[in-house]
Design a protein around this ligand. Structure first.
Ligand code: SF4
Length: 165
């Protein structure tokens, strides 16, 4: 099946034409794309647009991943990372100094981002996270911080009695 046929079957031919003509997509177009179940059609369309704009060039960032704790009160079936309680075998929680050291030892590298993902730890104070983020910035002020999954944010809000914001 050609890409165009797939787009037509997915009901995206008009959006494809808009992109071909260089027109800006509307909010409604975005919602239709978001709700489209045909991921192959979406992928084909997205890649065509990417190649139209950027040719063969592809961009990457240079990041490190920081998992400050694997203690997690959730128990997602697919997860092999989490340990349920602080005392469990293999459970760990880095001290702030240990966590910051992960960046410090690589600060000379052209790293542009720190990606922080953790388990849902029941006992850490909120200041652990704020001091972690400000400490990372202090080590490398220009660094981009990509931190916390949506479930972590929701958990913080519950645990520390805050809004999601
Ligand atoms: S919330 Fe995250 S870390 Fe915790 S069990 Fe689920 S996937 Fe694993």
């Amino acid at each position: 099946m050609t890409g165009q046929t797939r787009l037509a079957r997915a009901g995206l031919a008009d959006i494809s034409e808009k992109l071909e003509s260089g027109s800006r997509l509307s909010l409604e177009d975005g919602i239709r794309l978001f709700e489209c179940p045909d991921t192959l059609a979406l992928g084909w369309l997205a890649n065509r647009e990417r190649e139209r704009r950027h040719g063969d060039r592809t961009y990457y960032n240079h990041n490190i991943r920081l998992e400050a704790t694997n203690v997690c009160v959730a128990n997602c079936l697919f997860c092999s990372f989490a340990r349920l309680m602080p005392g469990d075998i293999d459970a760990y929680t880095l001290s702030l100094e240990q966590a910051l050291q992960k960046l410090r030892v690589r600060a000379h590298e052209p790293i542009t981002e720190v990606h922080v993902v953790n388990g849902l730890h029941p006992d850490l104070p909120f200041s652990y996270y704020t001091e972690l983020l400000s400490g990372l910035k202090a080590i490398k002020p220009g660094i981009h911080l990509k931190c916390f999954t949506a479930v972590e944010i929701a958990y913080f809000a519950d645990l520390y009695r805050m809004t999601d914001e």
